[in-house]
Structure formats: structure tokens, C-alpha cells
Ligand binder design. Structure first.
Ligand SMILES: *[C@@H]1O[C@H](CO)[C@@H](O)[C@H](O)[C@H]1NC(C)=O
Ligand SMILES: *[C@@H]1O[C@H](CO)[C@@H](O)[C@H](O)[C@H]1NC(C)=O
Ligand SMILES: *[C@@H]1O[C@H](CO)[C@@H](O)[C@H](O)[C@H]1NC(C)=O
Length: 327
């Protein structure tokens, strides 16, 4: 080899080594050190969101669950899940709460999720997790009890043919109150307060003032919004405005539902109580507390509504802006 040839040979060898090294390095699995978020990543707030509607019987909850849950879940990309508690007990024990909190917060395939069920408020922070978004709908306590009372006797238009537990019993609510019957026991009015109070033992003691206080506290601090049955459409409108990632289109959807769907369940027969019966119920201390809670919730709803919408029900423009943004 001439000196010139050997220099060319060295260069060629070096290039060959470089190519081999390059190919080898390039074929090794790449470790992605980039911290940038993929463009199609889901909105983390939305994808991790959990809404819980701890629905109260005989308030219109089936109508609401369908209108904002099952009817919207496909279009708005969330899962609707029924939480069914054994034997209609609505207060979960602490072990079940721990399992429930662990499950719903880590069951990522089902997130975002809308859970609904007859269950008393569960405080996730007790288990070191942030609370989900709670919503609810409540009804005037005597109306709710009457609806329940006649529902057990005559059923409703929803599951026709299903024999209810008191079918064939013709006793009116007035007669029940007069003879102090079990089905109209004032203790059965104690329902909305324990649903909001939670699972502490005092929550299920009818007439306990601490339960009323705790229920009000939870409503204000842990519920996004609580509506009342006679303003269900307005509740849906508020949800649509406050939380579009779940409830976008809910107001328009509810408006176009036929009368039969908007009031899915009618108790088949309801006999209005006599004034003497009403007076007797209104004098009862448990009724008074449930009514106080209902009035409290209603005032909160009216107040939040009036500050979001104008007199014609149109949303007010946003009333904040930013300034002095630096650097
Ligand atoms: C809840 O579960 C029980 C037992 O599996 C079942 O009989 C009942 O129909 C369920 N409730 C609803 C509302 O689906
Ligand atoms: C949550 O519970 C459901 C029903 O028992 C189960 O199928 C699912 O795997 C659970 N998810 C997690 C993350 O534990
Ligand atoms: C209930 O009413 C039906 C029809 O009016 C009557 O045949 C039946 O005997 C009544 N039952 C009771 C328990 O009063």
C-alpha cells in the first residue's frame, strides 16, 4: 500500500465504524426524556373527574339521573354507574367506604365517572383523597313522605305491574296519622338530613340537632349544587353552566324531553291530606328540622341562581378579569 492508499483506508474504516455505531445506537429502544405533554392527551381535570349524585328516594331522582347521566354519558364521554347498596341501607360502614373510595379513585378505565345511588354522603378526605363533585336534589319533606306512602300502596307509572310492599292496603295518609300508624311515623321523615350529614352515628338519630348542623355544613362545603324538585329544570341549567365537561347540552336536552320523560315517575294515586293532618305533621319536631334543612337548601339554590342568571334566565356575563399580568 502506498501512504496515500493507507490514509484512504483509515478514513473508510472510520466511516464504517461510525455507520455501525450509528445503526446500533439508533436501533436501541429510545428512552423518551421529553417532558412535553402529547397534544391529544385528555384534559386531566376532566379525565380524573368523579361526580356523585347521592340520590334521595321520591324526589324525582330517576328523572334527573336519566336526564343528566344516562342520556348524556355517550356524547359527553363519561361513564354512568349505579351504586347499589345491599338491602337498601343507605349508610355505608367504614370498611365499605374505604373500599369504595379506593376503587372509584383508581378505576381509571371508568374515569370520568358519574356515580348515582341511595347512599349517605361519604367524605373522601377522611381517606386522604380529594372529595369528588357532589350534587343532589331534595324535596319538601311532607310531599316526599306522601309520595312514598302512596307509592308503596299504588306503585307508579315506571315499573307498572311490580307489586309494591303495601299493595292492597287502602289506608289513607289521614287515617294513618289519626291512628298513629307505622307507615306515617314521623321518624320516617328523617331522611334528607342523614343523606347530607353522612355516616356518623348521630346522623341517624331522628331529631339530633348536630345532624342538622352537619348536613348544612356538608351542603355548603362539599356540594357543587343542590336543587329542589320543583325547580329541576333550573338545577339542570345550572349544572350545564357550571360543569360543561359533564353536563354540556343538558339544559337543551331536558327541555326537549316529552312530558312523560321529564316526569318519568308519577305515583299512581295520591290523596291530598286534610288540613288537620297537615297541621299535625307541621307541629312535629322532626318535620320542623327536615323542613328547616329544605328551606336552607332552597334559599342557597335561589341565591346562587340569582347571581348566575338575569331575570329572564339568561346567564350573566363573566364578572371578573385579569390585570397587571407580569412578567
Ligand atoms: C340492587 O341489587 C339488588 C340485589 O342484586 C337487586 O335485587 C335490585 O333490583 C337492585 N336495585 C336496582 C334499583 O337495580
Ligand atoms: C373496582 O370495582 C369493580 C367492581 O368490583 C372492579 O371490576 C374493578 O376492577 C375495580 N377497580 C379497581 C381499580 O380496583
Ligand atoms: C280496598 O279497596 C278495594 C276496592 O275499593 C276493596 O275491594 C278492598 O276490600 C279494600 N281493601 C281494604 C283493605 O280496605
Amino acid at each position: 500500500m502506498r501512504p496515500n492508499d493507507s490514509r484512504i483506508f483509515t478514513v473508510v474504516c472510520n466511516i464504517a465504524v461510525l455507520i455501525i455505531v450509528y445503526l446500533y445506537v439508533d436501533n436501541k429502544p429510545k428512552v423518551d426524556t421529553s417532558l412535553s405533554i402529547p397534544q391529544n392527551a385528555p384534559d386531566p381535570y376532566k379525565s380524573r373527574a368523579i361526580v356523585i349524585y347521592n340520590r334521595i328516594p321520591k324526589t324525582g331522582s330517576t328523572t334527573l339521573t336519566n336526564a343528566i347521566g344516562y342520556d348524556l354519558c355517550r356524547d359527553n364521554g363519561f361513564n354512568a354507574i349505579h351504586l347499589n347498596l345491599t338491602k337498601n341501607k343507605f349508610s355505608m360502614n367504614l370498611a365499605d367506604q374505604a373500599d369504595f373510595v379506593q376503587n372509584v379513585t383508581t378505576w381509571t378505565e371508568k374515569l370520568p365517572a358519574f356515580y348515582h345511588g341511595h347512599v349517605a354522603f361519604v367524605d373522601f378526605t377522611r381517606f386522604g383523597r380529594p372529595n369528588p363533585i357532589y350534587i343532589n336534589l331534595i324535596r319538601e319533606p311532607l310531599e316526599r313522605l306522601l309520595s312514598h306512602y302512596y307509592f308503596l300502596r299504588y306503585g307508579d307509572n315506571f315499573r307498572v305491574g311490580l307489586k309494591r310492599s303495601k299493595a292492597g292496603n287502602n289506608e289513607t295518609f289521614d287515617e294513618c296519622i289519626t291512628k298513629g300508624g307505622k307507615d306515617c311515623d314521623m321518624k320516617s321523615l328523617w331522611l334528607t338530613i342523614p343523606y347530607f350529614c353522612g355516616t356518623a352515628s348521630f346522623c341517624s338519630t331522628p331529631g339530633d340537632p348536630s345532624a342538622l348542623a352537619q348536613a348544612k355544613h356538608n351542603l355548603v362545603n362539599h356540594y357543587l349544587v343542590v336543587g329542589v324538585t320543583e325547580r329541576m329544570a333550573d338545577l339542570i341549567t345550572v349544572l350545564d353552566r357550571l360543569f360543561p365537561s359533564f353536563f354540556k347540552g343538558a339544559a337543551a336536552h331536558y327541555k326537549q324531553l316529552g312530558e312523560d320523560r321529564a316526569h318519568l315517575r308519577y305515583t299512581n294515586k295520591k290523596i291530598p291530606p286534610k288540613p288537620t293532618t297537615i297541621a299535625k305533621v307541621q307541629a312535629n319536631p322532626i318535620y320542623k328540622m327536615e323542613r328547616e334543612f329544605y328551606d336552607f337548601a332552597k334559599t342557597e339554590f335561589e341565591s346562587l341562581w340569582n347571581r348566575i342568571f338575569d331575570e329572564n334566565g339568561n346567564p350573566l356575563p363573566s364578572q371578573f378579569h385579569y390585570e397587571k399580568i407580569k412578567p
